[in-house]
Write a protein that binds this ligand. Sequence first.
Ligand code: 13P
Length: 253
Amino acid sequence: MVAGNWKMNTTVDEGIALAQAVCAAVSGTTGVDVAVLPPFTHLWAIRQVLEGTGVRLGAQDVFYRDSGAFTGEISPAMLAGWCDLTLVGHSERRHLFGERDDEVGKKFVASLAHGLEVIVAVGETSDERDAGSTFDVVERQLDAVFAELETPPSVDDWVIAYEPVWAIGTGRTATPEQAQEVVAHIKQHVRARYLDGAPRVLYGGSVTPANAASLFAEPDIDGALVGGVSLRAEEFSVIVAAAAEAIAGRATA
Ligand code: 13P
């Protein structure tokens, strides 16, 4: 899977044009689950652009209640039936907007309840990495999600994105080995709770056309959550093509 998190970028018109360019640029590539996550204001219009292209539509966040006096929030009920997925727990939500682990868990559960696939993002800060607590942090963030669940959802309905905070928007990508180590640990941790397997785990944080193939060559990395480069359709499509090649390589391995 390669998903483009546009963050708070583009006007509606620019976003429509970007979505069209992304669809054109990835149209020859098969086998990769491609998604774009535009701002909320763009979603309805971009849904029409994506129709029939195979590129899926995601929201960058969602609230966990269906309706009510929650000024400024968007509920999963509002997205259900026409938007494919939501992203919850992005580090910018956690660190800039003070989102707590339990709120991320509630958003996860509410999305699934409305038939939306979910990408749940986890990752440590640079201080946490330096303190040697990377595994503890991602386990805590995941356990908070599991704590909100009454029954384990199918692993086909959710995806984890491992995004080390120090690698986001910094140009300082985790090395493939660093990313692989944490992604493998995440899968092992999830498997310990879900006997039927682990969901796909993406890596995010300064993914570019130059480093995508080496990240995808790692056995446990199942794709990328791309920020800055997802605003440039041609470069984004090179990352999608690298994912397609990695899939082909795994199939013959
Ligand atoms: P960058 O690719 O810009 O580092 O952003 C990563 C990210 O936060 C994706 O969600």
